[in-house]
Design a protein around this ligand. Sequence first.
Ligand code: NA7
Length: 874
Amino acid sequence: MLRENDVSTNGSGADATAADVDFDVVVVGAGFAGMYLLHRLRGLGLSARVIEAGADVGGTWYWNRYPGARCDIQSVDYSYSFDAELDETWQWTEKYAPQPEILRYAQHVADKHDLRRDIQFSTRVESAVWDDNDSRWQLRTSDGNTITSRFYVMATGCLSMPKEVDIAGTDRFTGAVYFTSRWPHEGVDLTGKRVGVIGTGSSAIQSIPVMAAQAAQLTVFQRTPNFSMPANNGPIPQDKLDALAKGRPQYREAARWSGAGVTVDISTTSALAVSDEERLAKYEDVWEHGGIIQVINSYMDHLVNPAANELLCEFVRNKIRATVKDPETAEALCPKTFPIGTKRLCVDTGYYETFNRENVRLVDLRVHPISTITESGIDLVDESLEFDVIVFATGFDAMTGAIVGVDIAGRDGLTLKDAWSEGPKTYLGLMAARFPNLFMITGPGSPSVLSNMMVSIEQHVDWIADCIDNLRSAGLSTIEPTQTAVDGWVQHVNDYADITLMPQANSWYMGANVPGKPRVFLPYAGGVDRYRAICNEIVADDYLGFERRGPSTQRVNDGIVCRVQPDVQLMLEAMAAMNLPTMDSMSASEARDFSNAIAAQRAPGPDVGEIVDGVLPGAGGDLNYRLYRPASPGPHPIVAYFHGGGWVLGSFDSDDPLCRDLCVRSDAIFVSVDYRHAPEVRFPAAADDAFAATQWIADNAAALGGIPGELAVAGWSAGGNLAAIVAQLARDSGGPRLVGQLLLTPVTDSDFSRASYTENADGYVLTTALMRWFWDHYADPDDRISPKAAPIRAESLADLPPAMIVTCEFDPLRDEGDAYAEALAAAGVPVRHLPCHGQIHTSIPAVDMLLSGAPIRAEMAAAIRGFFKARVPA
Ligand code: NA7
């Protein structure tokens, strides 16, 4: 359906007729990625051929020439850094250069480095098949030739495959049709024309003001309004010039090690932590003087906290309302269905002002959907509109479209399309398992579109060129990632996306704009700096996660590079930087002071309906408790809760955020009990207190606002140990009747020989040494084998209440938690076991601090509801 208006420019490229030739490397695409790669490969003395569908270099800037097209990253940043001379001598005329100037820049680079002689223009690669016998790729091109190469690189760009039009009747229209992504090279004169534009993404937002100035009438068909900020275009800003004057190489190096590939101030303050005046002043400043990266980073939590995000959303909406005179149009232009930044923030010149023009009309497709395109225009469900021209600004099959657009078959004929049928599966966005020697530049799973593309392109090109060079020096001929490495990376990419608001938008980042495309977050949200460090670490670790082969060698370095949850990793790094003392080197009272001081810095947790502190009778005297009541009308079921802290530390204060969180999520009363601590009072005092408290809660359920008989137990760590023991004591003592037990990373045994004690001995907050310290304070060796200390050692586990057991991958207690879940199940107890990948012992209770724990707490709360749902009368 696309009508390409491709004309030949100055592309006097490689001999397009050369048949059956062989190269070290074939590269698809002569955009910025393919051009720099060619330069690097030549520098290594490798033979290389670039195949390019367009008639000249430039990639996206060759094709996307719609009126008003510009980059949305400042041009001094959106440019190559590899050639210092080029960097010093090329002068950008504006802050955001227009497309013709960026294309001229690409052509200048091609001239300067004489690139075109190795680029075959106006040619497509139609299929690529891996030949296992020869260890080479066999490529068929649109000119009917076959080319072979040792390495094959897709430098096809993230936004290069236009999305198929999915509107009924598109072929019927007899007027002129244009796509922003394939705008005619000779330009289009819209003077006096009635123009309809479909789409309000970045391309539309840039082109609409220019088209409106020319057309007789312009109608904008908007399905989803987007957030856009003014380019404030003009000369290169003084702060950029000052930064560059201080030293261009340093400036470039800082960008390479920044989060988005552009050096900006990154706030460490929450948008919710400042006054309205301060926040507004900051927003105005970045709006006026910054760009999209500065706006999103003006506070640290815009992309992770919905409340913080909403503050910025409303600021932008107010800008729209202040600009667009017609209130109804203004409101229709205000995005309200996704958090700001979860679709790429647009940059415009006069977009919103355009809607104040007499000749411009906005059609809100959410209110007036298109029923069909007709011979003469567009029919809405309630109106027929006539046009001379329809412009589709409907976007791209982003990040994967161009890659799977070529028929690529790897080992055993596996096609990339099939391998990616549930979403792209890559290692680092660079390679895929079973596709040896196939590289992607800025592929899915790399920072790519979430970064300054030029920085990401250069990093990928350098990594690939160095890798090929490395293989050559080692006498190896193939490289491919292992399946384990790919699965681990896909998980890590998802883990990062999941701690942001990004997956909440129906964006092309999620593949949501293309009907039928799997919904998977495509780019890597961990940042350019972190990603670069990971890529370097993999090389330093002898290509961790890769299998390399040579004529007589096979080197498999299987493994996963990032296994800990990203937010947990950030916390561990911050803690390591603080060089904190270890608690097992302290006395019990010093350790209590230390852990209280740390607890004082955490987030408070959500509000609950009511909190009541009280006293209840324990086994050896009164115990403090804290009751959390949900805001909903009672009575509620009750959970007797026991805090963590190795029987030595903690109180109802230490687990306060977790109890609030679980109370809100489960709509149950939580009674958090302060049992007696060791070493002052040793085993079995804590267990006896926990049981006595549970009996008292059961007896006083109605007075506490609970439903008599609807009682469960829960606990974290040593508290999980107590909850499990209470469940056994209640069974053996004939009551109270418990409907469930929730055990979060519980201590179930006193046996240090399980693998998790060795694997996670150090580095994940709860260490093996600290566990020994806790046991030494709590119980004598003879007592530790009692089921009242080690519940897994009970004679029978039958007839215990249904359980949910949560275990964490990087926790010394992992294996004994797993073992308890297995043992309960074997005894016929209904068990839901939730092993949490990438989590550590202390991460799930870190409410509002570690976002990756939230879904786990949601599951815990669902289990609590489940305990009661089975029993609460309707
Ligand atoms: P985008 O950002 O994907 O925008 C495409 C627009 O087209 C968007 O507003 C879509 O609405 C709209 N669209 C797509 N299909 C339809 C149909 N069938 N009916 C109505 N509207 C439709 O692509 P761009 O080219 O503007 O920008 C791509 C990137 O290039 C940009 O992010 C920058 O990084 C540079 P929807 O939002 O899907 O409701």
